[in-house]
Write a protein that binds this ligand. Structure first.
Ligand code: F6R
Length: 376
């Protein structure tokens, strides 16, 4: 029988296990001295084939698909390979014109999600190679893939996925970096820099967890609101989607995740004092694109304040602009754009958890949901 190890719920225990899950997932696969990622024996696809790859098709469901969306930015930025992301349940309906020289990456915590299995089988039938990213050894998806990379997050008992999600993003980053190295697109200097960043990630996740009390206080203030809007740009948009999904599933609160720029094309109409906005407004000062996006997020926040919205913002440590605009600011340790999502999701998981607790709900077993959806 799994043990809660002193935590009141598995969800909270699993949120706090994320630093260890990341350490176990990342550290055995990298060499700090050489700056290399060692996953050839897990990828099990010839280097020639990886060099010839034309496209990556990521298929997954729910939270695993959100990891895939973050992975899309990683593959395109680091390995310069075009990456598409599909809902596994929709994959077959768009009759995907895929084939050899393409790679299907299938992400599933349980390894038994029926929609994801069906998408994997379709991709293989069309001649694509496949790599599974899963948390369960010898699961069906793992057994049917060419290559398997396990997330070493440990068993996830709570229905809401937390530690598997951050471990999935870490594996996706490792695969993008490996591809980039195989395709000779990453200098040794950049590799060493990324390896440093990866090594620092578990400790930064630990530091992020120190916002738990703030998240609990926020949940106490906000648990009676019926709707929330989560916004983020670029690689932060999948985090907004997952923050909203967590709130929906464990707290039964209606929440939408949206790309921040897209909010102007409709959702903005309903932003007012009854619709708190959760804005991911972190910034990597070493990244020009990130600075531009940050300025756009500042402008959005000003506009939503004028509309009366309550703003909960995630900002980078050291930032002194966001807190002046937002009603509440949670600070996240500095991290490069592609790795920041792994930290940013932590306060959003905690917020969803504490809202569910404040509402007296069965956090680990939300109504109408199961851990693995084994029927299409
Ligand atoms: C959300 C959640 C679900 C799963 C989805 C896919 O917290 O748990 O959205 O992510 O059902 O499950 P796996 O990853 O097992 O394929």
């Amino acid at each position: 029988m799994p043990d809660k190890n002193g935590f009141p719920h598995f969800m909270l225990k699993e949120i706090f296990e994320q630093p260890q899950g990341l350490r176990d997932t990342i550290m055995p696969r990298i060499s700090v001295q050489e700056g290399d990622v060692h996953i050839a024996s897990e990828v099990r696809i010839d280097r020639h084939e990886l060099r010839a790859l034309k496209r990556i098709n990521i298929v997954a469901s729910g939270t695993s698909r959100h990891a895939g969306l973050a992975g899309q930015y990683m593959f395109q930025d680091l390995a310069h390979v075009f990456a598409d992301v599909d809902y596994a349940s929709e994959f077959e309906y768009r009759n995907p014109p895929i084939g050899p020289e393409e790679l299907a990456i299938v992400i599933t915590q349980s390894g038994e999600t029926a929609d994801t299995m069906a998408a994997q089988r379709l991709a293989r039938k069309k001649g694509s190679r496949s790599i599974a990213i899963t948390n369960v050894v010898n699961s069906t998806v793992a057994n049917e893939a060419d290559g398997v990379l396990y997330t070493h997050a440990g068993p996830e008992i709570s229905i809401a996925s937390t530690k598997a999600f951050t471990a999935q993003m870490a594996v996706l980053f490792l695969v993008s970096m490996y591809l980039s190295q195989v395709r000779e697109q990453l200098s040794r200097e950049s590799s060493l820099r990324w390896i440093d960043e990866l090594t620092a990630l578990p400790e930064k996740t630990e530091a992020t967890l120190r916002c738990a009390d703030t998240c609990r206080e926020l949940a106490q203030r906000y648990h009676r609101f019926e709707d929330f809007l989560f916004l983020g740009r670029a690689v932060h948009y999948p985090v907004a989607m997952d923050g909203a999904l967590k709130l929906k599933e464990v707290s039964y609160v209606h929440a939408e995740g949206y790309p921040a720029g897209e909010a102007k094309h409709g959702p903005k109409a309903i932003i007012d004092e009854d619709l708190p906005v959760v804005m991911i407004a972190t910034c990597d000062p070493n990244d020009e694109g990130s600075k531009v996006r940050f300025d756009k997020s500042l402008a959005d926040l000003r506009a939503y304040k004028k509309q009366g919205a309550k703003i909960i913002a995630l900002a980078s440590e050291g930032d002194n602009q966001i807190a002046k605009l937002a009603d509440h600011t949670i600070f996240i340790p500095q991290a490069p754009e592609l790795l920041a999502p792994i930290l940013e999701i932590v306060p959003l998981q905690l917020f969803a958890y504490y809202v569910a607790v404040a509402k007296g709900l069965d956090v680990d077993r939300p109504r109408n949901l199961v851990k693995a959806v084994t029927q299409e």
